[in-house]
Ligand binder design. Structure first.
Ligand code: PMP
Length: 380
């Protein structure tokens, strides 16, 4: 019999984030999923309803609608052109396409630890070797250039950067970006900069690496920015020679992102839903403050108040032991308290002592969920 699955898929499992969520049922309070509970901005839906009959909705070019590529290029920065843009099925397909295009078997890819678990999994699917660069809790999960330098070898092909960071909420400074550019230029390293949380900021501004470093490919999407996860609309922007190959990949993998979603993206990026987007951000800021207060009051757990993203990364080291990992805690939380939280282990080794709590949930669920976590740890 032919071996199944293919070598490429052997040992590839759903990420631990999904595995935890799959164990939850509708009666659980979900502080696990990285999804805003807000609806698609109504202004976008209304314009869409009014205009949809006049739109051609057949295949679009493989790289996306020319006017959408143009708009994304303009938003990305001065001098960026439409040929540097490829529209994708969410940021996730952009990550997949880029890693397939850039990583050969045996290549090493530097990925953040803790970090979004798709990165190392996709690298393995491409036959590459993910190498974690640690973001240490002792340094508030800041970018550690010495650590990155130590992990670089002649086989390093790509570095994945995620700021604001999922799961830690850390945001890297302009100085960090400048220094990282110097380090990467020395090795002619390509950088994949995942910026899906760049507009979910409560204080200050999240810098992009792109203006500092020419071999940066920026990935972004409507998912978090406009609370439009289900529209599955994202993009990548980078050097034309890389994007040309991503477009070929797009043709073979998806033909094109759905035309109607691209039209919705045009409306979103023209600013049609911006009033609601701003209101969502204000509401998220209130929920962040509420979640941090609840964590302190009900559970006595420490966490950094994140200046970006919608995650609290709570330190549960005092509750763990060699026979009780963050994974065990997350399973027990579902079984005993019906609360879904993501174990640090899902994001890498450096995050083992943590639990990720999403404050994208409703205020009632945030408060009740954290109250139950406190009770679970014997604090209430
Ligand atoms: N990157 C990061 C860091 C994420 O957290 C997510 C979604 N949780 C994605 C990419 C994928 O987003 P999308 O919905 O645009 O595919």
């Amino acid at each position: 019999m032919t071996p199944f699955p293919s070598q490429r898929m052997q040992g590839i499992e759903k990420t631990l984030i999904r595995q935890i969520n799959d164990r939850a049922d509708a009666s659980c309070i979900n502080l696990g999923l990285g999804e805003l509970a807000f609806p698609t901005p109504l202004a976008i839906l209304e314009r869409l309803a009014a205009e949809v009959k006049s739109w051609p909705l057949g295949y679009t070019p493989n790289a996306g609608l020319p006017e959408l590529r143009q708009l994304i290029a303009q938003r990305t920065g001065p001098g960026v052109t439409a040929e540097q843009v490829c529209v994708t099925i969410g940021a996730e397909e952009a990550l997949f396409a880029l890693i397939m295009v850039l990583v050969s078997p045996g290549d090493e890819v530097l990925v953040p630890d803790p970090g979004f678990p798709s990165y190392p999994t996709l690298v393995r699917m491409a036959g590459g070797r993910p190498v974690g660069y640690a973001l240490s809790p002792a340094r508030h999960f800041a970018l550690d250039l010495e650590e990155i330098g130590r992990r670089m070898t002649p086989r390093t092909r790509l570095l994945v950067l995620n700021s604001p960071n999922n799961p830690t909420g850390a945001v890297y400074s302009g100085e960090d970006m400048k220094d990282l550019a110097v380090l990467c230029r020395r090795q002619e390293l390509t950088v994949l900069a995942d910026e899906v949380y760049r507009e979910i900021m409560y204080e200050g501004r999240a810098e992009s690496l792109a203006p500092f470093y020419e071999r940066t490919i920026v990935v972004n999407s409507l998912s978090k920015m406009y609370s439009m996860t289900g529209w599955r609309l994202g993009w990548c922007v980078g050097p034309p020679e890389i994007i040309r190959t991503v477009i070929i990949f797009n043709q073979l993998a998806i033909s094109c992102p759905p035309a109607i979603c691209q039209r919705a993206a045009l409306l979103a990026l023209q600013g049609v839903g911006d009033r609601e987007k701003a209101a969502y951000l204000e509401e998220l800021r209130r929920r962040r403050n509420l979640a941090a207060q609840c964590l302190d009051r009900y559970a006595g757990l420490k966490c950094e108040k994140p200046s970006g993203t919608f995650y609290l990364f709570a330190d549960i080291s005092a509750e763990l032991s060699p026979s009780r990992t963050s994974w065990d805690v997350a399973l027990e939380l579902i079984a005993r308290e019906k609360v879904v939280a993501i174990p640090g282990l899902a994001f890498g080794r450096a995050a083992e002592n943590f639990l990720r709590l999403s404050f994208a949930a409703t205020p009632e669920n945030i408060e009740e969920g954290i109250r139950r976590i406190g009770r679970f740890f014997g604090k209430a």
